[in-house]
Design a binder for this molecule. Structure first.
Ligand code: HMG
Ligand code: MG
Length: 297
């Protein structure tokens, strides 16, 4: 049976805008986030407190957060890789953070300048200090299906990395198909491997990129496995600057259209969401890659 209700974790302002070649003005970012909240998204990932030279697109994180209701009803998490990032986030009044780990050695090196083993030492004090400060911690695992340099990724390796992040104190694991190579049977296998290791589907979120056009099929496969949290990006923006083959995330509109058809509750107002994506597409100067946005706009 499919779940009756799901949570859509919106990543457009972060995963989407981190990958733009141009830098979107602070005003447009803040307006986009407000539009997404107004469209009923229950959580909107706002930005990243990463090294500004590594991701110049989000170097304005402090300015963006200063103009958002960080204590409001809608959580506005930010990415934080290390203690320096946590200091900046706490100073800005952030209440929800997300750490981001790699399942593979090559991507750990390229994205975090770390190894798979050393990333845990980087995250441990971040999680401990955040929880002490009453700040909630989600953890991403990237390259859970395939890696552009290493090829297919062993589910056992993903479960090992994910379990250690939960052991550190993260309250949710987001399973990233960073380069969008996964397919439906692979999704089911990974969820089953987590369950066999004692990690129930309600601790997992799925984070699909749509590079190979599989994101929506993979989301349906995950729904059938009992997953109830889905990351998605308004208008299908997205990608990772440190994984060149990554394209946009599963478009939030495409996910909402499917959930509507399945009668699964999500709380999002689709026309309002499409308007938010069209406004951002105008700022970016190109059409949204989302099929549903193009159909409805
Ligand atoms: P590093 O160069 O090894 O950093 O980068 P370091 O610890 O050696 O520090 C070097 C200098 O940077 C120091 O300054 C630090 O203070 C400063 P100095 O003493 O030389 O003057 N520094 C910072 N400044 C501001 N904010 C910080 C920060 N950290 C250090 N947070 C680091 C290591 C992790 C910082 C770097 O690799 C980094 O920022 N990586 C982030 C890359 C990124 O954002 N990638 C995209 C997000 S992940 C993603 O998209 C995948 C996801 O969507 C899921 C999926 O799809 O799979 C989540
Ligand atoms: Mg991503």
């Amino acid at each position: 049976a499919l779940p009756e209700r799901v949570t859509i974790y919106e990543v457009g302002p972060r995963d989407g805008l981190q990958n733009e070649s141009g830098i979107v003005p602070v005003d447009a970012k803040v307006a986009f986030i407000h539009d997404l909240m107004a469209a009923g998204l229950p959580v909107v990932e706002a930005t990243s407190f990463v090294h500004p030279k590594w991701v110049p697109q989000l170097a304005d994180a402090g300015e963006v957060v200063a103009r958002l209701p960080m204590d409001g009803a809608v959580p506005l998490p930010v990415l934080v890789p290390n203690e320096r990032g946590l200091d900046r986030a706490l100073e800005a009044g952030v209440r929800h953070i997300a750490i981001f780990a790699s399942a593979t050695e090559t991507f750990a090196r390229k994205n975090l300048n770390s190894s798979v083993e050393d990333q845990f030492a980087m995250f441990a004090p971040v999680v401990a200090r955040a929880l002490d400060a009453g700040v909630d911690v989600r953890a991403y695992v990237s390259m859970c299906f395939g890696d552009p340099w290493e090829g297919p990724v062993d589910p056992a390796q993903v479960v090992r990395v994910g379990s250690r992040l939960l052991d550190l104190g993260a309250t949710q694991l987001s399973i990233g198909d960073t380069i969008g190579v996964g397919t439906a049977a692979h999704v089911a296998r990974l969820v089953a491997e987590f369950a066999a290791a004692g990690v129930a589907p309600d601790l997992l979120a799925m984070h699909f990129h749509d590079t190979y056009g599989q994101a929506l099929a993979n989301a349906l496969a995950a729904l059938r496995c009992g997953i109830t949290t889905f990351d998605a990006s308004a208008g299908g923006l997205g990608g990772c600057p440190y994984a060149e083959s990554a394209t946009g995330n599963l478009a939030t509109e495409d996910l909402v259209w499917m959930l509507n058809g399945l009668g699964i509750e999500h709380g999002v107002d689709l026309p309002a969401l499409v308007r938010a994506s069209v406004t951002m597409a105008q700022v970016l100067g190109r059409e949204s890659p989302s099929a549903v946005v193009r159909a409805l706009a």
